[in-house]
Write a protein that binds this ligand. Structure first.
Ligand SMILES: *[C@@H]1O[C@H](CO)[C@@H](O)[C@H](O)[C@H]1NC(C)=O
Ligand SMILES: *[C@@H]1O[C@H](CO)[C@@H](O)[C@H](O)[C@H]1NC(C)=O
Ligand SMILES: *[C@@H]1O[C@H](CO)[C@@H](O)[C@H](O)[C@H]1NC(C)=O
Ligand SMILES: *[C@@H]1O[C@H](CO)[C@@H](O)[C@H](O)[C@H]1NC(C)=O
Ligand SMILES: *[C@@H]1O[C@H](CO)[C@@H](O)[C@H](O)[C@H]1NC(C)=O
Ligand SMILES: *[C@@H]1O[C@H](CO)[C@@H](O)[C@H](O)[C@H]1NC(C)=O
Ligand SMILES: *[C@@H]1O[C@H](CO)[C@@H](O)[C@H](O)[C@H]1NC(C)=O
Ligand SMILES: *[C@@H]1O[C@H](CO)[C@@H](O)[C@H](O)[C@H]1NC(C)=O
Ligand SMILES: *[C@@H]1O[C@H](CO)[C@@H](O)[C@H](O)[C@H]1NC(C)=O
Ligand SMILES: *[C@@H]1O[C@H](CO)[C@@H](O)[C@H](O)[C@H]1NC(C)=O
Ligand SMILES: *[C@@H]1O[C@H](CO)[C@@H](O)[C@H](O)[C@H]1NC(C)=O
Length: 389
């Protein structure tokens, strides 16, 4: 991928996000990041993602230094042998194990294998579009940290024949797990009024999926939380417009939600983003997004959610919110008939943005009894499927 086609705005916001979350990589200072940002893009990626580890080893300028194999730091005796219940698929961008791309490892997973297939993904950025088909349940993507391992592509609704197919990673299989890895869509950030610029980083359409310590980076429509029951713990989710959308039933625990909407001047009343756009279409859909113990911050002036479909259902509980949240909090998609059917609730949130005094009339200030179905993993029937970390 040619770095000049990567959105500079998006990239710098990724950097800012990383710096603000204290995920600063050793041996580098903030100043050096920004210096690098000004000169050329790819070194920034190398710094952020520690890809320079390898180049430093191989480009020794002192001639007497012995040549160090690029695979020297690769874990010994890895991957472990398969067992009755697990199979390993090892991915390394430098060819230090069987696969150099994530998709080639997924392709090697057995069809309808009852085993858990662990796709172990070494540190690096993987410039590829990845699809886990319905026929490959029980796949785990195991990265080395969401700030060091990432799958990145740049499709948009325009380039992919629709938003739903723009995902850098698309998962249609059940029982998918991802740990400590980032999913990114680096298509240019849409300007005002742009059409077809939606760019999904991850589409999760399989039932019973869990994401632990993962990053989701994009702008409009970052995380397509499409359908099924999903669990997100300790995740970092970035975007501007509708950046968590879909009709899944999902529980978000301890996640950091970061808006990269354009900063607005103090006193301005315009809205330029929304965290969620939940797509519950009928009263019979047992779907909704619940956020517990999360944080909402970043830039812009945004809503917590807008009613993509008439029965949209979202709850925020024990979540801190900065002043980027507009006082009315939510939006009915400018369709007042939806006010009767949407379910937007808040419970015990904190921070300036959580002041409910001026909330839209349909917003429910849930008491403990009303909030209780949304406050733990029973919301997603976790006892039926969620494995401990
Ligand atoms: C994605 O990046 C490639 C390579 O840089 C470029 O050719 C392509 O136009 C980009 N796609 C979009 C939708 O921006
Ligand atoms: C794995 O399968 C073999 C052969 O079917 C069996 O002998 C062995 O006990 C199994 N091991 C475990 C840990 O289930
Ligand atoms: C590489 O793949 C082959 C065939 O799929 C397998 O036999 C071998 O054990 C794998 N090696 C490693 C190191 O994963
Ligand atoms: C594999 O997936 C099937 C169907 O989703 C599920 O019943 C089974 O428990 C899974 N096996 C493992 C090892 O996760
Ligand atoms: C992996 O993610 C967990 C959170 O789910 C986190 O506690 C842990 O530090 C992460 N490990 C690495 C190596 O990033
Ligand atoms: C694009 O999407 C439309 C409707 O979703 C579908 O009918 C058409 O076949 C798709 N085209 C391609 C090239 O995938
Ligand atoms: C919720 O917040 C209220 C005050 O804002 C407080 O009195 C109450 O104890 C809190 N409930 C819980 C369960 O923390
Ligand atoms: C909440 O907002 C109202 C209306 O703007 C304001 O009067 C009130 O002081 C705010 N409450 C807190 C605790 O900031
Ligand atoms: C919560 O609100 C419901 C509906 O207004 C009410 O029936 C119930 O008594 C309240 N429960 C508590 C604990 O306040
Ligand atoms: C979740 O909360 C519900 C309602 O308060 C409670 O009945 C249930 O036991 C809780 N489940 C777990 C796993 O804590
Ligand atoms: C949220 O945080 C509180 C306080 O730390 C804790 O008691 C509660 O179990 C947490 N809930 C979830 C769902 O993580």
């Amino acid at each position: 991928m040619n770095p000049t086609n990567i959105s500079l705005t998006l990239l710098s916001s990724i950097l800012v996000a990383f710096i603000s979350t204290q995920l600063i990589i050793q041996e580098q200072t903030c100043l050096e990041y920004f210096t690098n940002l000004g000169s050329s893009l790819s070194p920034v990626f190398q710094v952020v993602f520690r890809l320079d580890v390898y180049s430093r080893h191989s480009s020794g300028r002192k001639k007497k230094q012995p040549v160090v194999s690029i695979c020297n730091s690769f874990p010994q005796h890895f991957p472990p042998p398969d067992t009755n219940t697990t199979a390993f698929f090892c991915v390394d961008p430098n060819g230090c194990c069987n696969f150099t791309t994530v998709q080639s490892a997924v392709d090697a997973v057995g069809v309808n294998s009852p085993k858990r297939s662990i796709v172990w993904i070494n540190t690096g950025i993987y410039f590829e579009k990845v699809l886990v088909p319905k026929t490959k349940p029980n796949v785990t993507f195991q990265g080395q940290g969401f700030e060091t391992t990432a799958i990145m592509w740049n499709d948009t609704a325009n380039s992919a024949n629709g938003t739903f197919y723009s995902g850098s990673v698309q998962v249609y299989a059940t029982n998918f797990i991802a740990k400590n890895i980032s999913f990114m869509n680096v298509a240019p950030m849409p300007g005002p009024g742009a059409v077809g610029a939606q760019a999904v980083a991850m589409r999760i359409s399989g039932d019973e999926a869990a994401f632990w310590g993962c990053g989701f980076f994009g702008a409009q429509d970052t995380l397509h939380d499409d359908r099924g029951r999903h669990y997100f713990k300790d995740c970092f989710i970035q975007g501007n417009i509708d950046f968590i959308f879909g009709n899944a039933r999902s529980f978000y625990e301890n996640c950091e939600l970061v808006s990269i909407a354009t900063p607005v001047p103090p006193g301005a009343k315009n809205i330029n983003g929304a965290v969620t756009a939940h797509g519950r279409a009928s009263n019979d859909d047992n779907t909704g997004f619940s956020f517990v113990n999360c944080t909402v911050g970043g830039t812009g002036r945004i809503w917590l959610g807008r009613a993509w479909r008439p029965f949209s259902r979202v709850v925020f509980a024990f979540t801190s919110m900065t002043d980027i949240i507009a006082p009315e909090g939510w939006n009915d998609f400018n369709d007042p008939t939806r006010d009767q059917t949407i379910f937007y609730g808040e419970h015990n949130c904190s921070g300036v943005g959580a002041n409910v005094t001026l909330r839209a009339p349909y917003v429910q200030k849930l008491n403990e009894t009303q909030a209780s179905p949304f406050l733990n993993v029973s919301f997603i029937d976790a006892d039926q499927w969620l494995q401990p970390y």
